[in-house]
Structures are given as C-alpha cells and as structure tokens.
Write a new protein. Structure first.
Length: 461
C-alpha cells in the first residue's frame, strides 16, 4: 500500500494497493525466498502513481509505503522517483475502446473510442486513424471542441470483418493540426475473434501452431493464466503428435477463477445423432474424493447464440474428473501426463440439445478453486452420425450377414424391452444365448468364432 499526505503528514490517504495476482511480478509460484537482482529485469515492474489529487498548495507532501505480511514472500522496491510535470498547452490521449468484445459471430463491428484533452488549452479538431490487422489505415478529422480535461466518445463507422483472430488499432493525434507532445498515449489496440462456421466434423489436435487454432477463443477475465497450447504432454494419435491444450491450475492463486475455451461455430446437417469426443488428463492436488473442499471443475457448455445463453452438457470434478483412476491419489506436484494411461476419452451425446440440424458452439470451462492441478485436453472431435436406412426403418440391423467370427445387432433406440437373444444353427441347435432385463446395449456383439461354416438364425425376444 502507498499512502500520501498533502498536508505535511497530518492526514494520509490510500493512493495505491495491490495484493495477490495484482501484486506479483512473476507467474510461477515460489516455494523459496523470492529474489530479484538488477540483472533479472523480468522480475521487476514499473509502477506509476498519480499524486496530483493529493497536492495542497503551500504544504509539504509525505509518502509512506506499507507492507502487510500474510504468509507470503519478499517484496522488493527500488528506484523511487517523485517528479513533477507541467501540462503542455495541447495534448490528446486515447482513454478507452468500446463496443469491441473478445469475440463476435457477426461480420462487422462498430467500435467507439474515447479521447481526452490532457493539455491546458482547448482542442478544436483532431485526427482519428483506425485499421484492422495490416489493412490500409482509414483517417478522419473530428472537429469537436474539447476544453482542458474534457473527454469525448467518438463512434467509428462499421468495419467489415472476416472469420479469424484480429487486432483493431485506433490512433488519435494531430490536436489542432499539430504534433502531439506525447505520442505514447495516442494509440489503443484490441484483439478479438470472429468465429467462423465449420461443417461437422470439427477435429482439433492442436498440432498446427503454438497459438490457439484460428477461430478458437480463450476468454481470460482475470488476465492471468488461461487455456494454452503446450507440447509438454499429448495423447498422440500418430507419431508426429506432440501438442495438447491445458489449464495451468497448479500454483494458480485464488479461487473461483473461470476460463472459457470457445470452439468455432459448428454446423450439422441431417444428422441422426451428434457427439463430442475428447481426450482428457487431469489430477487433483487434494484427495479426489474429498467432499469438504472445492475441487477444480471442467464443464462443457453449449451455446447457439454466440455466448448469450448456455446449456450445460458435461460437468466433472474430483473423482469423476481425475484420470488416475483412484479416489485416494492426490497429486501435490505439477501434473504432466506423459504416459498414455494418464489419459481418458470422454463422450457427450449432443443430440437432445442440437437435433438433426443446426449451428452451435461448445465452450470448455475451467473453474479453478485454490489448490488445484492441471487439466489437459486433446483430440477434440465434434461430429454428426447418419445411421443406415434399414436400421431406422426396422429398428435394428444385423451386420455383417456373412462373417467368419463376430457380428453385431444394432438397435436404433435403446432396447429396453429386449429380454433375450438366441442363435440357432441350421438344424435348430441353440449355440449362443444371452438374457437381458431392460439393460441391453444398443450395440450387441455376438462371437461365433470356432463355429462351423453354415447358416445361423437369430431370435430376438
């Protein structure tokens, strides 16, 4: 905390306060004494505090730094510099950019930019320049009047977009036609994703780039850790597979941290059923079966309106989420699933939410709760199935009709009324039989390996 007194030390006002993630200058958790030498520039951060509101004419200013210990680590400060500046006669700054979300499903945006006169004089005109990515800049002159300290929000024209990841840049300069004395605050940038529409199947193994795949978006409300492509572990489908995507929950400070991973828009047409399958590897820092502690949670949400509303289609935590197959195995070191048995394939039946036709997105939501561990995803596959016509007409399908060993009985709906299956040879001898009590699977495999060649009859009861 930094406190400031503008009346010679009689009264102090809080001017700066940071804790936890806002205070720390490195990402990794520290279990030993924290140090930051002059050569370790990446461990330092420059902070600026505006002291102008605390000035009292004719009085001395006092500043005090307060450290409050809470089972933490070292705090180092250096190069304290208190300086006074004189406002220029004319200076324009960009304060904020609005109407640009982290993602959109539309084909255009209409952003607004807020500018402020930081100088002593009056600004009667200025220039605004904007562009997306490396497109040609578009410049306009605004003839509004801004007195000292006054702000103005300017709506920009609609900007046409293509699907993918983009960066919008807006520059406000040339106040009263002259060069701005401080060009550092003239520019603002915002990255965002325009979701493309892809026809199912959507298959993603995260091998193409170290960045998020084009058309995917990670929403990171706390501007800290989020979904990241990694090569430290994967569930390889061939020898070249080395990457996956993960949430670095191990050592992630704080609770109720939510990070969302959005897929592109997925279009399915004339599907009899719609599925999502993905490989997952996860471990818990605490006992997976613990009920007194909030565990990290993976939830999959489905949205048909670009994130305005959601339906939950999958939610696991604790014992159900972890892939080490034991409710009594906490992992108190960072979990990296470098062995195949640490992975599991999960499936989600999406037909009740999507139907046979439609466009939707899936959102993989990580909810972090204090002491947690990493969650990895790989080989995400969202697809529609078209069933054989005979299966839909008859309600079942026996396939193949000519076999040397196995064949299957495939039911269109869950066969809750099936009581048994008998297989007879050509002279009426029973050679295979199984009974059910409403618990039969839709796909039933029958093994006739070792039986003599001939014609067999299947009886369903």
């Amino acid at each position: 905390e930094v406190y400031v007194s503008g009346d010679g030390g009689r009264n102090y006002t809080l001017a700066y306060k940071k804790t936890g993630n806002q205070l720390k200058t490195i990402t990794a958790a520290q279990t030993t004494s924290f140090t930051a030498t002059p050569a370790q520039a990446d461990r330092w951060r420059l902070e600026t505090v505006n002291l102008s509101p605390y000035m009292v004419a004719g009085q001395k200013m006092y500043i005090k730094f307060r450290n409050t210990n809470a089972f933490g680590n070292n705090i180092l400060i250096d190069d304290i510099n208190v300086s006074a500046t004189v406002k220029p006669q004319i200076e324009l700054s960009v304060e904020s950019l609005s109407n640009v979300l982290d993602f959109t499903c539309g084909n255009s945006i209409t952003p607004s930019v807020t500018v402020k006169n930081l100088g002593l004089g009056t600004i009667t005109n200025f220039r605004i320049t904007y562009f997306v990515d490396n497109a040609a800049p578009v410049s306009t002159t605004n003839n509004s009047t801004l007195t000292s300290g006054q702000s103005l929000t300017v709506a920009l024209p609609a900007i046409a977009l293509t699907p993918g990841t983009h960066v919008l840049t807006v520059v406000a300069n040339l106040p009263n036609g002259a060069a701005d004395p401080n060009a550092l605050n003239d520019t603002i940038r915002k990255s965002f994703v325009v979701f493309p529409t892809v026809n199912a199947p959507l298959v993603q193994n995260f091998e193409a780039s170290s960045n998020l795949p084009n058309g995917w978006a990670a929403i990171n409300p706390d501007a800290s850790r989020t979904w990241t492509v990694t090569t430290q572990a994967s569930r390889p489908r061939d020898a070249s597979d080395k990457a996956s995507i993960y949430m670095h929950n191990f050592g992630y400070a704080g609770s109720n941290k939510i990070d969302d991973l959005f897929t592109p828009k997925i279009n399915v047409t004339d599907a009899d059923s719609v599925w999502a399958k993905f490989d997952i590897a996860a471990a818990t820092f605490n006992y997976p079966g613990a009920t007194a502690l909030n565990e990290d949670t993976l939830e999959v949400l489905l949205t048909k309106d670009c994130g305005a509303t959601f339906q939950s289609v999958y939610k696991k935590f604790g014992t159900d989420l972890q892939t080490l197959r034991s409710p009594n195995v906490p992992v108190d070191v960072e979990f990296i699933p470098t062995f195949n048995s640490a992975w599991r394939t999960d499936s989600i039946y999406l037909t009740p939410y999507v139907g046979s036709n439609g466009t939707f997105q899936l959102v993989f939501r990580n909810k972090h709760n204090s002491l947690g561990n990493n969650i990895y995803l790989d080989n995400i596959n969202v697809f529609g199935e078209t069933l054989p016509t005979v299966l839909k007409q008859n309600g079942y399908l026996i396939s193949p009709v000519a076999t040397t060993s196995n064949f299957s009985i495939w039911h269109y709906n869950q066969p809750t009324n099936l009581r048994g299956i008998n297989v007879y040879n050509s002279v009426g001898q029973l050679i295979w039989s199984k009974q059910y009590g409403g618990n039969a699977d839709r796909m039933i495999w029958i093994d006739l390996a070792g039986k003599p060649a001939g014609v067999y009859f299947v009886n369903l009861r």
